[in-house]
Design a protein around this ligand. Structure first.
Ligand SMILES: Nc1ncnc2c1ncn2[C@@H]1O[C@H](COP(=O)(O)OP(=O)(O)O)[C@@H](O)[C@H]1O
Ligand SMILES: [Mg+2]
Length: 342
């Protein structure tokens, strides 16, 4: 029997929340869909509090005011650092804010499925629970790639690879709720590319002025692996004057820096299965997360795996909401006994 049948008399808002290392999103049963960058900032002192005019800021607004704030990106390395109350507080604030963005009615109960990076689930299920208890009536915590897989109906013989900012998460689906062994997190993802790109650019253009944030924007605009028939030139100030810089090779090298670990982990995860299933899984590989937008990455992985027989790699349609959309689908479908009352 479905959740809806059991609880049809209650006023419930179902919510799917994707708690990402860089972006977090919510999809709710009232039709709202919102996302923020996973930054939280608190004013540094009472002057800062007057300048920003709020006790806590989120996402892009927090970044803009970063000089006045203690800025925190709580899931930066995929896990909430335990005992660091600032991180726990930040997760709590993000959840609260996302739920506010979904605009529940005052008397509505909230049933939330929260997707988190695979290692966060292993290490900090308790911390996540603590973070949401005050705002949610019932909870299920799942890994982000599982939420994506569920949303796309990829329940059997598939592999979802979610290339986020802090982590790349792998999840093999084989017809059951995935266990710990079916999932793996590695730390080469978007932030890693940014670090590489930043150091390549400093090396090539020591006299130019740029920061990590600009570098990330260059990457998001021009990312590619393998070959590309176009020049990549960006404007960067030199001695106060804007100058065009050729960054094509650096973009390529930086984006390609995540490929070896990506390929290796994909092969390793598939190899654990019976050969018959290996063939099926290889034909059902889905890339998700912001990193799936890198031009040529799908083709690269497909070619790299061809050595081991035929395979098919696709990308999700909407990387920003694939996780929260999957989580809300799960929330709506989930039998009562799986919900953890809080
Ligand atoms: N077009 C793009 N090309 C390459 N990387 C991108 C692109 N768009 C976004 N990203 C990167 O994707 C990462 C964010 O992806 P996301 O799935 O939201 O991460 P998370 O789930 O970890 O929060 C960031 O590192 C961001 O810079
Ligand atoms: Mg994500």
């Amino acid at each position: 029997m479905k959740q809806d049948d059991i609880q049809k008399n209650e006023n419930i808002l179902y919510a799917g929340i994707d708690l990402g290392t860089s972006r977090s999103s919510i999809s709710a049963s009232n039709g709202t869909r919102q996302w923020i960058e996973s930054y939280v900032g608190w004013p540094k002192d009472f002057i800062a509090a007057q300048v920003v005019g709020k006790p806590v800021l989120f996402g892009a607004e927090a970044l803009q005011n970063r000089l006045s704030l203690d800025l925190c990106r709580p899931l930066e390395h995929g896990v909430i650092k335990e005992g660091i109350s600032r991180n726990e507080e930040a997760v709590k604030d993000i959840i609260k804010y996302l739920i506010e963005l979904a605009e529940p009615a005052p008397d509505q109960k909230i049933f939330a499925v929260v997707g988190v990076p695979a290692d966060t689930l292993k290490v900090n299920k308790l911390a996540i629970r603590k973070a949401v208890t005050d705002f949610v009536h019932s909870l299920m915590v799942v890994t982000e790639p599982f939420a994506v897989a569920y949303g796309m109906n990829l329940l059997n013989n598939s592999l979802v690879i979610d290339i986020g900012a802090g982590t790349t998460d792998f999840c093999i689906m084989h017809g059951t709720i995935p266990s710990e062994d079916d999932q793996k997190t590695i730390l080469t993802a978007g932030d890693y590319i940014d670090d590489q790109l930043y150091s390549y650019l400093i090396e090539k253009y020591p006299g130019s002025r740029f920061n990590k944030n600009m570098v990330r924007q260059f990457k998001e605009q021009y990312s590619f692996v393998r070959d590309l028939d176009e020049d990549i030139r960006v404007e960067i100030p030199v001695a106060g004057k804007p100058v065009m810089h050729d960054i094509k090779n650096e973009i390529k090298r930086a984006c390609e820096s995540i490929l070896p670990a990506l390929t290796e982990t994909t092969i390793e995860m598939i190899a654990r299965f019976d050969p018959e299933f290996q063939v099926k899984i290889k034909n059902n590989i889905v890339l998700a997360g912001g990193g799936s937008l890198i031009r040529g990455i799908k083709e690269y992985l497909q070619d790299a795996l061809k050595e081991y027989g035929p395979c098919n790699v696709t990308c999700v349609q909407d990387p920003l909401f694939a996780g929260s959309d999957g989580a809300i689908k799960l929330a709506k479908d989930m039998p009562v006994k799986y919900w953890e009352p809080l």
